[in-house]
Structures are given as C-alpha cells and as structure tokens.
Design a protein around this ligand. Structure first.
Ligand SMILES: *Cc1c(COP(=O)(O)O)cnc(C)c1O
Length: 378
C-alpha cells in the first residue's frame, strides 16, 4: 500500500487519446480550457498551466519580481521546491518556524524574520490545512510584501469560506501523481491580477510575445519579440486533457480524502501516545497528507523503529518533511546556524500514513490495526 497514488479511469485515458488523434499536442485548445475550468474551480480570475509545480513556483517568484538581494520568508516544513524557487531568482529564502499545532508557518514567527530586504512570503498549506491567511495578508500589507501561496497540497481546501487559489497575489499548484489531481507532471499558477497573468504567460514561453500591443517595433505578420528572459515551461495538451478529466472528479476525490481522514481521526482519538492532525474551525483541509506524531516520551520504540515496523507490514509510510535548511546544499550555503525549534521537534516525531481516494475502508482498517499492534508491543 503506497502513501499516495493517482486514480485514473477509462474516461481519463480516452480524453488523452482524443488529443493524440487531434492536430495539437501542445499550445492547443486543451490548455486554455483546462486553465479556464481550473480558475473557475478555485474561484480565481486567471490560471496559467505550467510544466510542473516547481516551474509554477519559479514563475510566481519571477513575476513577483524576486531578484538578487531579496529575502523571501517561507517554512522549513515543505518540499525543497518552495525555497529553491527563491534561489532560482537569485533571492534568499529565510525560514520562519511552524506553529506546533497546525504545522504551518506561524505568522508571529514571520514578523520576527522581516528585514528591510524582505520582498515576499511563501506560506505552504501543509498537508492541505490552510495557513492563517488573514494574519499573513495583514503582515504583507503592513510591509508591502507579495504573498505566493504554495498550494501543492491544497487543491479544494478552503479558508473562511474562500477557496485556496483565490486569496493572495499568486497561488501555485502541482499535478504530480501523489497530489489531488494529476497530469503526470504539471502545475498551475492562479492570480486575480491581469498584469501578473500576462507576465506569467511570457515567462512560460521564453519571454516571447506576438501580441501586437506589446511589440516595440512591429515589422510584419511574422514578427515576435523576446521581452524577458523566460523559459520553456509549457504544459502539453496531452497533459491538459488529463487535467480536465481529473478536475471533474476533484470533488469526489476530496470527499473521499475527508472520509478517510475522519476514519483515522476516530480510530486514533483515544490513543494516548499519538497526536492526530489539528483542524482549525474556519478551515477545511483537502487532506493531501495524514500525519501523526508519536509522543516519543510515552513509547519504548523510536520513530525509526516504528517506521520500519510499518514498512515491514507493507504499509507505505513516509516522512514529510526533513526541514529544508537541514539538507546538505542549504547547510553548505549559509544555513548552518538556522534553527527552527518546533520544525525540528515535529520532524523527529512525524509519520505520514497512506491517504488517497482509491483507498478502501478495509485498507484504512488495516493501517489502524498495524499501528495498534506496533503500539501494543511498545
Ligand atoms: C509537490 C510539491 C511541489 C512541487 O511540485 P512538482 O510538480 O513535483 O514540481 C512544491 N511544493 C510542495 C509543497 C509540494 O508538495
């Protein structure tokens, strides 16, 4: 049993075949259609499809104007890409500690990290649980910062009645197979700002435009100009077709993830040695991950032993995440003195359990049974 995996049906396969038989494999009509429906789904004005979630983060950082000398505050409890995208633009990631209950970046810790060089904040909705966006938006307004939400875990999540993807300047998503919907590889940036939207389109395709009104010197019908240093970060129509058919199942997937989380919550509610995920009243998590923490002081088994015992029973556990600044690349490039106490404590105790829409109630019961057995021995 894996910790996460895609769910593809016949109709997903057919929608891909349809594109393979059409005139456009890339830069065709499926991209625009996927973007339009995705924007509607998350309640944003604009959406731009990209080659993957990391490209989406890179594009968001670029159009936010992050450049050499800028500091960008993010969380250590995330996939490395959230911080790497700042480095791609020449900026410096600054890590602010998490709230020990939500596992999300703590607005009070963000405040402590602000300097005259701070340009942006990248909150990550860890496991699908929305960050405290009101507090983060308030800080951003006060210091004139850009907010880029990394919502790779949070498709379908909502915060105070608003869909994640509709709140900040920029929000990024990933369609890797373990995420809520998949396009194989793929990503999206959403925004309500038309200027940022246009810049994202340029960045995705070499910085090149053919739009008449953008050209400095139009020499004829063949003419185009490169206005920025962009990349080839385009998504194919093959991927977009898969994304469209997956998006139509997104609510069903989301509902099933929530059911599985509720089953786990109920099963673990009275186990003294486990901490189950905290849920804030005003948020609805999209449950990309289900993470438990072991109260190690109450157990004779270490996290490593627990993890290996789960693997031995073929339960695909995982650990999300190693604090980003602990990776050798970051250690060797200026982060040796970085220490986020709650992030490190969380990392020592966390285990991600399997959660994915195709998981059956029997699968959930199996995971619960194995956990109870291991705890019974320790
Ligand atoms: C998956 C993920 C990404 C990167 O997405 P890719 O599509 O794999 O490039 C970025 N941030 C977080 C938090 C992720 O989980």
């Amino acid at each position: 049993m894996p910790y996460g995996r895609q769910w593809l049906d016949e109709d997903d396969i057919n929608s891909v075949i349809e594109v393979l038989q059409s005139d456009y494999l890339t830069t065709g009509p499926k991209i625009a259609q996927f973007e339009k429906e995705f924007a509607q789904y998350v309640d944003a004005k604009f959406a731009v499809a990209l080659a993957n979630g990391t490209a989406a983060l890179h594009a968001a950082c670029f159009v936010a104007g992050i450049t050499k000398g800028d500091e960008v505050i993010t969380t250590p409890i995330t996939f490395a890409a959230s911080a790497n995208s700042v480095l791609y633009c020449g900026g410096t990631p600054v890590f602010a500690d998490i709230n020990p209950y939500t596992y999300n970046i703590d607005p009070a810790q963000i405040r402590k990290k602000i300097t005259s060089k701070t340009k942006a904040i990248i909150p990550v909705h860890f496991a699908g649980q929305p960050c405290y966006m009101d507090e983060i938006s308030e800080i951003a307004q006060e210091y004139d910062l850009v907010v880029i939400e990394d919502a790779a875990h949070a498709l379908g999540a909502d915060y105070k009645g608003r869909r994640i993807g509709s709140i900040s300047d920029l929000t990024t998503f990933s369609f890797h197979p373990v995420k809520h919907i998949t396009t194989g590889e793929g990503g999206m940036v959403t925004t309500n700002d038309e200027k940022l939207y246009k810049k994202l389109l340029l960045f995705r395709s070499h910085g090149i435009t053919r739009e008449k009104e953008s050209l400095r010197c139009d020499q004829g019908a063949w003419f185009y100009e490169q206005l920025d240093l962009g990349y080839n970060y385009r998504m194919t129509d093959i991927q977009a077709a898969l994304g469209l058919s997956q998006l139509r199942k997104s609510n069903r997937f989301l509902e099933r993830r929530r059911e599985i989380a509720a089953l786990y919550n109920e099963a673990f509610a009275d186990i003294e040695s486990l901490i189950i995920p905290f849920q804030a009243n005003e948020c609805h998590s999209s449950w990309h991950l289900y993470v438990i923490q072991l109260k190690l002081e109450k157990l004779s088994i270490a996290r490593k032993g627990f993890f290996e015992a789960m693997l031995a029973e073929n339960i695909g556990v995982n650990v999300h995440y190693i604090p980003v600044y602990k990776h050798p690349y970051y250690q060797d490039n200026g982060y040796r003195n970085t220490k986020c106490q709650y992030s490190e404590q969380y990392y020592e105790r966390a285990i991600t359990l399997p959660i994915f829409p195709k998981m059956s109630n029997q699968d959930v019961a199996e995971v619960v049974k194995v956990i109870k057995q291991i705890l019974g021995r320790s």
